[in-house]
Design a protein around this ligand. Structure first.
Ligand SMILES: Cc1cc2nc3c(=O)[nH]c(=O)nc-3n(C[C@H](O)[C@H](O)[C@H](O)COP(=O)(O)OP(=O)(O)OC[C@H]3O[C@@H](n4cnc5c(N)ncnc54)[C@H](O)[C@@H]3O)c2cc1C
Ligand SMILES: *[C@@H]1O[C@H](CO)[C@@H](O)[C@H](O)[C@H]1NC(C)=O
Ligand SMILES: *[C@@H]1O[C@H](CO)[C@@H](O)[C@H](O)[C@H]1NC(C)=O
Length: 341
């Protein structure tokens, strides 16, 4: 078999990082990214990009922890390199605060971030309505710069990127040997997966360069995440809402909630409002499938459904998807000439 032709559908953080892991694992593969939107027009561009895992109820915790650790290690190396600012990756310290002590005082990822410890009395004094808190240092991706950095790495590795809406994965069978499905919420329509649903998130991006530490309410709804150029203020979680237009009442509510945690934000300038639909599912769909029609087969690898925590696990899931692509290639090579698989 000649160099396998692989199409990755989707150009959010999952599609781009999966394409990169495939070329890294298989330099002889010909990899193409097909997507109807690229940065700055994806859900991934809206995200705050904080590395704080979300929990997927349908995926074993040790697997989620492994995905997070791989992602953290990968981005930590970038944060310690001369490329850190171009890639938009930096360390950020701060506090996660709770109105009452949570059931699980130690989240599963506590030893995967840096310096995780309970907050001191002195630190808690800043938040009179909160009783308990955790201090730690984690990484943050400034999302549009990181996506552009991934695109640049892909171009340097010879990956082609085309603007294309795929209405059915099968339409790619005559052009590609293997298709990887990284379409996020687009999978709802594309593969008819009704287990995936949108969780709408509205955030504000503001100019407030004096804010250096993150603050996150333990319920995950109100947060202040400083990036290199702007501070992300959140947020909302609206299940099954498909609306991409900002809601002005919600904007005011988010701003007020964040100002009550960090009053200096009243002086913030240049407030921009963004909305994204988190591609949510009980578990990330990371598996092989073989589509077939009339004896013709097309191996597919799915990697979608990362919900509220796609940045936190993207590198780990991309590596697993690339491993599954390797299995597809081995199966293609092992099959008798002519018939695929
Ligand atoms: C407000 C908000 C804040 C967030 N904050 C964080 C955070 O702090 N930390 C964190 O880890 N995660 C966060 N997330 C979650 C994170 O954004 C997602 O998990 C992640 O972006 C999902 O990436 P994706 O590549 O799967 O999806 P997307 O970025 O949506 O990419 C999907 C791609 O597929 C393409 N596509 C879809 N259908 C088709 C089709 N039929 N044909 C061709 N192309 C198609 C799209 O154009 C797009 O390029 C946040 C999300 C939101 C909304
Ligand atoms: C993003 O969307 C805008 C508005 O539809 C469009 O003009 C722009 O070309 C898009 N950018 C990319 C990179 O596709
Ligand atoms: C991607 O997977 C989703 C979920 O199974 C599915 O609905 C969609 O059709 C798939 N996309 C393609 C192009 O197969």
């Amino acid at each position: 078999m000649a160099a396998p032709k692989v199409a990755v559908v989707g150009a959010g953080v999952i599609g781009l990082s999966t394409a990169l892991c495939i070329v890294e694992a298989c330099p002889s593969c010909s990899v193409t990214v097909l997507s109807d939107q690229f940065s700055p027009n994806t859900t991934s561009d809206v995200a705050a990009g904080m590395l704080i895992p979300h929990t997927y109820p349908g995926t074993p915790i040790h697997v989620q922890k492994q995905w997070f650790k791989e992602t953290f290690t990968y981005l930590f190396a970038i944060s310690n390199s001369a490329e850190a600012s171009e890639a938009g990756i930096h360390l950020v310290s701060g506090w996660q605060i709770f109105k009452s002590t949570p059931k699980e005082e130690l989240p599963f990822w506590s030893d995967a971030v840096l310096g995780f410890r309970p907050m001191s009395e002195a630190e808690l004094q800043k938040f009179p309505q909160y009783q308990f808190g955790q201090a730690f240092t984690t990484l943050k991706c400034d999302c549009p710069p990181y996506l552009l950095w991934l695109e640049k790495r892909l171009k340097a590795a010879g990956v082609q990127m085309y603007n294309r809406k795929v209405s059915d994965l099968w339409e790619l069978h005559s052009e590609y040997d293997i298709v990887v499905n990284c379409t996020g919420i687009g999978a709802h329509q594309l593969v008819g997966d009704k287990k995936i649903f949108p969780v709408r998130g509205q955030v504000l991006k503001v100019y407030a360069p004096w804010v250096k530490n993150f603050i996150r309410d333990g319920d995950g709804l109100t947060y202040i995440y400083p990036g290199i150029h702007s501070v992300t203020l959140g947020g909302t979680r609206e299940k099954e809402s498909w609306s991409l237009s900002p809601n002005p009442g919600t904007t005011k509510d988010i701003f007020d909630r964040c100002c009550s945690l960090e009053p200096s934000l009243r002086e913030a300038q240049d407030i921009k409002v963004k909305v994204g639909l988190r591609p949510s599912r009980q578990s990330v769909r990371l598996q092989r499938e073989v589509l077939s029609q009339g004896g013709v087969k097309l191996p597919v690898v799915h990697n979608y459904g990362h919900g509220a925590g796609g940045f936190s696990v993207h590198r780990g899931t991309a590596k697993e998807a690339a491993r599954l692509v390797g299995e597809c290639i081995a199966a293609l090579r092992g099959s008798s000439s002519g018939a695929k698989l």
